[in-house]
Design a protein around this ligand. Structure first.
Ligand SMILES: [Zn+2]
Length: 303
């Protein structure tokens, strides 16, 4: 029997996974296409990616549901398939672990709803709340071990996501912020001006269980460690980091992330030394990055 994720985290750090979006593009998803639809139409392609992460040593894999809320799916005419798409995504992660012959945690992924709420935008708070609750419920009902509300920049939307995950009965709720390094390079905060201390305090108050960061702009492994240190000064909750594989560059009109596994892995031990409970990676990272992370992590844990 697998221990609940929060219990397991007390025993030592876990390895997350790498990017899904950029991997789907490599597998043929068109720019602007609906990657979540593949959970139903091409589950074998999603499985192939997630099996590579499981084979590389991921202990936790995020479902392919970043844009799996009703509001996001509606942009692709898939609003009728919210529940099947999210349910299928959990199944695919379970299959990835099973076919790799290892046990692991299914993290149900809830990304931003992709718009602005009134009075700045067209969406009511209730619409966002309903969309997140519906998605989180589909993920939890299908057997997700945790829900991550990720790439968040505002506390308002994050708070709605945390409440939705609670409402869905999630055993573990992870709140994950996307920070941008300021132009002068002195610090980082989200697009909406939230700094790590404020985010950590807010998440603790709202009842999240893990305080995380992912993606962002110029947030490399070193910056991720800084964010973890700042989180840990503000909260006793477990912490998680998923930085991008370097900075996006435009090559032949395509967005490329070019930090190699060998470069990125140098940041793994510093993250573990800072007390990071789950180390993963975001945009541009690959199963090769995760395999390198696994090796570094196992070496570190042996000593
Ligand atoms: Zn990312």
């Amino acid at each position: 029997m697998k221990k609940p994720l929060l219990e397991r985290l007390k025993e030592g750090p876990l390895l997350g996974d790498g990017a899904m979006g950029t991997q789907l593009m490599i597998a043929g998803l068109e720019q602007g296409g609906c990657g979540e639809e593949w959970n139903l139409r091409h589950p074998e392609k999603v499985l192939a990616i997630q099996k590579r992460y499981a084979d590389a040593g991921s202990d936790c894999i995020l479902t392919n549901t970043f844009g799996g809320s009703r509001i996001m799916l509606n942009r692709h005419g898939n609003a009728d398939d919210v529940v099947p798409i999210n349910r299928a995504a959990v199944e695919v992660v379970k299959q990835a672990f099973a076919s790799a012959g290892r046990d692991g945690y299914v993290i149900g992924d809830v990304g931003p709803f992709g718009g602005l709420m009134e009075p700045y935008g067209d969406f009511t708070e209730q619409q966002v709340r309903d969309a997140f609750t519906e998605q989180a419920k589909a993920l939890v009902d299908a057997g997700a071990d945790a829900i991550i509300i990720e790439t968040q920049t505002s506390l308002e939307e994050l708070g709605i996501g945390i409440e939705a995950a609670k409402e869905a009965g999630a055993a573990c709720i992870i709140g994950s912020m996307a920070y941008d390094v300021t132009l002068d390079g002195s610090t980082f905060r989200t697009m909406m001006g939230i700094d790590p201390e404020r985010a950590a305090e807010f998440m603790a108050q709202q009842g999240a269980h893990v305080v995380a960061l992912n993606c962002g702009t110029r947030m490399d492994m070193t910056r991720a460690r800084e964010a973890i240190e700042r989180y840990k000064r503000a909260t006793d909750l477990p912490v998680m980091a998923q930085p991008n594989a370097g900075q996006p560059k435009l090559v032949n009109m395509k967005v490329v992330y070019d930090e190699t596994p060998a470069e990125m892995v140098k940041g793994v031990v510093p993250l573990l030394e800072a007390g990071t409970n789950i180390v993963g990676a975001c945009c541009g990272s690959t199963p090769d990055h995760i395999a390198a992370f696994r090796k570094a992590m196992d070496e570190y844990l042996k000593n």
